[in-house]
Design a protein around this ligand. Sequence first.
Ligand code: MIC
Ligand code: SF4
Length: 650
Amino acid sequence: MKKMNVVEKILSGHVVEGELGAGGEVGIRIDQTLTQDATGTMAYLQFESMGVDRVRTDLSVSYVDHNTVQIGFENSDDHDFLSSIARKYGIVYSKAGNGICHQLHLERFGKPGTTLLGSDSHTPTGGGIGQIAIGAGGIDVAVAMAGGAFHIPSPKVRAIVLKGSLGSGVSAKDVALKVLERFGTKGNVGWIFEYTGPGVATLDVPSRATIANMGAELGVTTSVFPSDDTTRQFLAAQGRAGDFTRLVADPGAGYDDTWDIDLSKLEPLAAAPHSPGNVVTVRSMKGVKVNQIMIGSCTNSSYRDIRTVANILKGRHVADDVEVGIACGSRQVVSMLAKDGSLLALVKAGCRILENACGFCIGAHMSPSTDAVSLRTSNRNFEGRSGTKSAKVYLVSPETAAASALTGKFTACGKVRGVPRPSRFPVDDSMFLYAKTAGRGVAGAEIVRGPNIAPVPRGERLPSSMDAAVAIKVGDKITTDHIMPAGARLKFRSNIPEYSKYVFEPCDPKFHDRCLANRAKGLFNVIVAGESYGQGSSREHAALCPMYLGVKAVIAKSIERIHRANLVNFGILPLVFDDPKDYAAFAAGDKLRFVGLDKAVEGGVVSVKAKKKTVTLRLALSGRERDIVLAGGLLASLSSQNDKSKDRRR
Ligand code: MIC
Ligand code: SF4
């Protein structure tokens, strides 16, 4: 029998199209889905338009954790819509205030050996519990909820072999940063990182989840840990012993690559502005003044993390000239901290206790002051994401954050009291609604649609020839936060005409008007970009809103995985330069002519007439993706399939 690694063990039981290891795409069956409110509204509008009467997964959960500030009616309208749609279609609904989707899913629902698809790039947090958990655009999650397969490139698997154990003051976040230092934020598309080796047993489930969570920043498909005695103990303590399955790699299982980390040699690390891959040692930053410290986010908001912070701050006070905010990951975490006195210790130490939500991580509040240095335990420090363009955000562990809070300067943590693994977590599922009708739903239930819920736009079929203009030319590592800003604009997620006004706002606020002016002249719009275009989040709005503005192609040196899939799903050609030097052949405003596009899409090579030369572009699409792009996007393609099958039935 073939010796299998953990990835092969899980995926081999889930492949429904294609073949693992054969190259190309594989379609996998999805057992569970999750959405969060900022991507969920669109995902459910798309699900609704598929005409299915209920979800077909084992479990689908709709979390509300991103848009919880509720200034104006928009966020609340979204919550009402999400709640009503969950009730109708058999989805479990997690109310605002219950906690952050990834922390909650790990606590209450994640199951080793299963697949989870989430409309959030940090869905791989579930890898901490031995689940193949993948982030995707909302429409892919909608298809999975309707029972359809999810497609990934047949993965290459890299073993990250952990040896030794972490020293005091060093934690899982430092492991995640070490991996980022080694592999960077680009060039990891198509890989799954599997953590293995004797060091795994030294890490508790929340620490494993922190490491799997930040795999999103590497751009990998997902990261996964084995499911072992530690996993069993965690699930039993959550009252979910029945959800445990043991899942470890067979001795001698093969990997496409292997990299070792000696945990005992790690020191506290930080990701410096403005990329999670820009890793430095805390030692090298020692004594640098810090203005703000924010602790929480789906990376570091577990009981283990916040209790560690409380252990460091207990009986002391944060420095006068720093602001410290703490957002716990769930009500379970808050209840435990309240019971063991940690919450009081944090309040007495001068911390601001924030809602159990994404909040500061997505720039929804707590933006730092001009030019401030902000230390955050979250996972992304892209320029301006905090809401303050000039702020310098460093990503650090909870230990470094707490030690620095006391001094007001970059400080590595010395000895710190460890947090014992709880033998029993307090379970209170009362803020999960519709659990009784999960999977079935309530037929005929009314869907509540306030004015912020706008209809989903449909894409147009790809023309065989088109005249277009370069609407913008951008550089390397353009993130989805550049393309489709969150923060103050996040409330328009369910309203595409309104949200589209802010496409590329941080780079070029005139982008929207220029696109419309080009469309009025009969020109389509094209985006030209450098390496690693579309890094970061899963937000499909970074493709959907450009589609709405008539963008029909992105031409880049390389495009990140989730964003590339989103472009395809919204009928935008994801083109890459055959010769990256041709990036220089384009300037903003240039007129381009594409001819014979339908044939070019079949053949995978597109020639475009630029100002001075004809440039060759590559388009590596699977047959499935080709059909979607030609149809003008996934919704258009699904409805034409439906029409064809109706015609056949007639
Ligand atoms: C993020 O951390 O950037 C987000 C906000 O959670 C996004 C999802 C979104 O844009 O709604 C993500 O990571 O996918
Ligand atoms: Fe929320 Fe931040 Fe995690 Fe995104 S990264 S899910 S915004 S906590």
